[in-house]
Design a protein around this ligand. Structure first.
Ligand SMILES: Cc1cc2nc3c(=O)[nH]c(=O)nc-3n(C[C@H](O)[C@H](O)[C@H](O)COP(=O)(O)OP(=O)(O)OC[C@H]3O[C@@H](n4cnc5c(N)ncnc54)[C@H](O)[C@@H]3O)c2cc1C
Length: 421
């Protein structure tokens, strides 16, 4: 065991852990960040295949907070309009669909509008399905968001709470729905008007200055934590002592690592579920026309969402080439997709979407993210608070998307780390 305890020991070298170390430095304390992988960055990191660089899922920044902007704006970046579209079986609709139904057949428009006008005045229950039916009416809810929920959350909407919704779902307004039925010249109602992305180096470039300032121990996987003794073991080695522990590791994982966590608290941790994500990354030997990002309602396409790395920044692909990445979601750590079948489904999807032919593809790559989005099962907060409460009682601060166990964007994860001290 080291003679002198680490003053602030931070577990996880994603943006939240880096934010916690930043705050520690500001407070005049010394912090060391321990990261299992060979590089810092966590979900904001990227990988490269045959000259094509891919982030790990869409990643665009719409941060407004001065502290975050002060960091991110040090990196030269592109600014994109936040326009996106949705694919429904045989047609593209602007996002959000309920405000952009113009391309539908007249009879469909009448049916959706009648159902919208007859929507319930209040949700029938606290669950997400009731909320959707109340917002949009049965016909729109069933044709679009309920369908999308099965793909994106891999969970029935009736099982989910609405705690995560915030500004992620546009509330239905009669004027907006009517306008979108009669014209395709509708305004962009997305919750942010612009999306920023580094000109070079992928999304991670936004946090490169922070990484450069951080004392990092990469290749250090936490294998045991003893909160009573205030020690952590890495890669099965000897205990390392700390004065203050900050963790950005996923709570269910942390629960398995804390050797002194009581069984009832562990039982709460086992109730916490996140989605995992299969990423299919595709490189093309020619420039292709694509949206910055898009939603896929069509069930014959297994991915829920796609985006173009080379539209985010041309430096993501070799000259004259272009790229896309598709995200397919599963509830829990195990995938519901077989990788080769998912790749074949993606190639077929490219045809269906009218974006590319198989002969245009020069890179077709699959990988997995074990921790994607926190699932807001009804009552989840009780379990989360029990786990975080016990950890807080032991003096362990938890931060970030998986330490707070919340639907945090990158800027929120950074501030979560900052606020942990
Ligand atoms: C599909 C998807 C799309 C997203 N799109 C956007 C977007 O467009 N814009 C945006 O702002 N945000 C986006 N986000 C959110 C953003 O990715 C997160 O808020 C942020 O990256 C979370 O950072 P974190 O540090 O909390 O977690 P992570 O980045 O997961 O960091 C945790 C770190 O802990 C490490 N670790 C795990 N286990 C151990 C162990 N045993 N020992 C040591 N280290 C360990 C991991 O390797 C990792 O580096 C998206 C997220 C997802 C999933």
């Amino acid at each position: 065991m080291a003679d002198e305890p680490i003053d602030v020991m931070v577990l996880g070298g994603g943006i939240a852990g880096l934010g916690a170390a930043w705050r520690a430095r500001e407070l005049g304390r010394s912090a060391v960040v321990y990261e299992a992988r060979e590089r810092a960055g966590g979900l904001l990191d990227h990988f490269t295949v045959d000259g094509f660089r891919f982030d790990q899922a869409v990643h665009l920044s719409f941060a407004t907070e001065p502290r975050v902007r002060e960091l991110f704006d040090r990196t030269p970046h592109h600014t994109h309009p936040s326009d996106s579209r949705c694919f429904e079986t045989d047609r593209w609709l602007k996002h959000p669909v309920q405000n952009n139904l113009f391309p539908l057949a007249a009879a469909d428009k009448v049916a959706l509008l009648k159902s919208f006008l007859a929507r319930p005045d209040a949700p029938a229950g606290d669950d997400y399905e009731s909320w959707l039916r109340h917002q949009y009416g049965d016909a729109i809810a069933e044709r679009y968001p309920l369908r999308y929920t099965r793909k994106y959350w891999d969970t029935p909407a009736a099982q989910l709470s609405t705690a995560w919704v915030g500004n992620r779902m546009r509330r239905a307004e009669l004027d907006e729905v009517l306008l979108g039925l009669v014209t395709d010249e509708t305004p962009n109602t997305y919750y942010t008007k612009e999306m920023r992305y580094p000109k070079a180096g992928g999304f991670r470039a936004f946090i490169d200055p922070l990484i450069a300032d951080t004392e990092l121990r990469t290749g250090h996987r936490v294998t045991a934590i003893d909160t009573a003794a205030r020690t952590v073991c890495f890669n099965g080695g000897a205990p390392v002592a700390y004065r203050q522990l900050v963790s950005s590791l996923p709570l269910p994982l942390l629960a398995t690592l804390c050797t002194d966590m009581p069984a009832p608290v562990r039982a709460h941790a086992r109730q916490l579920v996140a989605t995992s994500i299969d990423l299919v990354s595709v490189g093309f030997d020619k420039p292709l026309v694509s949206d910055l990002w898009f939603y896929l309602y069509d069930e014959s396409i297994w991915a829920s969402r796609g985006y173009s790395p080379s539209v985010k920044s041309p430096d993501a692909a070799p000259p004259g080439c272009s790229s896309l990445q598709f995200e397919a979601y599963s509830r829990g750590l195990l995938s519901r997709f077989e990788p080769e079948a998912l790749k074949a489904n993606t190639v077929q999807a490219l045809r269906t979407l009218g974006i590319a032919r198989p002969e245009d593809i020069v890179v077709l790559h699959h990988c997995r993210l074990p921790w994607g989005n926190v699932v807001f099962d009804q009552g989840m907060e009780t379990h989360r608070d029990a786990v975080r409460g016990w950890l807080a009682d032991q003096g362990v601060r938890t931060c970030g998307r998986f330490g707070e166990w919340d639907y945090l964007w990158s800027h929120q994860s950074l501030l979560s780390g900052w606020n942990a001290l």
